[in-house]
Write a protein that binds this ligand. Sequence first.
Ligand SMILES: NC(=O)c1ccc[n+]([C@@H]2O[C@H](COP(=O)([O-])OP(=O)(O)OC[C@H]3O[C@@H](n4cnc5c(N)ncnc54)[C@H](OP(=O)(O)O)[C@@H]3O)[C@@H](O)[C@H]2O)c1
Length: 294
Amino acid sequence: MALPSDFSSNKNSGPRVYLVTGATGAIGKAIARKLAETGNSEVVLVCRDQNKAEQTVKEIMDLTGNSRVRFELADLSRYSNIRRLVERWTGPLHGLINNAACTPRTRLVTPEGIEMQFATNVLGYFRLIDEFTAILKASAPARIVNVASYWAGGLDLNDLQFTRRRYDNNQAYRQSKQADRMLSAAFSEKLEPFHIAVNACHPGDVNSTLSNDLGFGGHETPDQGADTPVWLATHPIGQQKTGRYYEYRRVANCTFSLDRQAVNNLYERCANYSTGDNMGTYYRKTNTFGMQEI
Ligand SMILES: NC(=O)c1ccc[n+]([C@@H]2O[C@H](COP(=O)([O-])OP(=O)(O)OC[C@H]3O[C@@H](n4cnc5c(N)ncnc54)[C@H](OP(=O)(O)O)[C@@H]3O)[C@@H](O)[C@H]2O)c1
């Protein structure tokens, strides 16, 4: 008997494959470990630092006994890195957990010319979903969990990169987490027909580099912070429900997502950053089929 030529035909026989970003951080590492603890899972940590990545993979393998834990290197603030990550991906992807984020105290700009928080926390999420869509479709049913926050608000669609306002990392962070919740709503509608569920959540208040950069600590453990994201990635409800925002496993109102005009506007603006209109100086459009790095 001939073997199926694509993995969508035999997708139920292999492990559930999860991709977790920010897995060297407080909450991301706990998410990756908990997913590795679930039966028959393969967990891919997307990290930007090779030493940290190797150490984290080893730690999770030792703790869980799951040998199907590995890492891929990518700086998620850079579109070029995301595209290369997706290009070298083989096999299915059943769960994409967007968790990596940063909140630098001063305004930083990526080599691609984009303000760092917007590039990582917003475009990073957008581009991973967008670029992995074909693979997620082929692997469906599949899920996307966007780790957002209740600490969100103040989005200015006309100043996504803080060029008009004085940069304040707390304000830029709240804006980025509002955007994550709005993009979850936008993608949930687009991907629902393909059996891809997209939900957002607040993880919990956890002491981390990120929370410290915002001037906070955190009274919850990384495991507590990982609870809702992992629940959404593994519990049947995370597949049955889409376009929702959760706090502590409970669905919560998200007023940001109700403003359809703003949601669509944000989606289009993010899409433009990937098609050449707002690419900064790093890319130039070479032809109708793609971009070339310069
Ligand atoms: N901590 C809280 O109280 C809290 C509350 C609400 C929501 N959240 C959300 O929870 C998520 C995780 O936060 P955390 O507190 O666990 O933060 P964290 O400990 O500071 O971890 C952040 C992770 O993101 C990675 N990262 C940052 N920039 C990256 C880039 N350009 N490319 C690739 N990876 C990058 C970091 O990698 P390195 O290790 O290489 O730096 C690290 O693994 C975030 O989305 C955050 O908004 C956190």
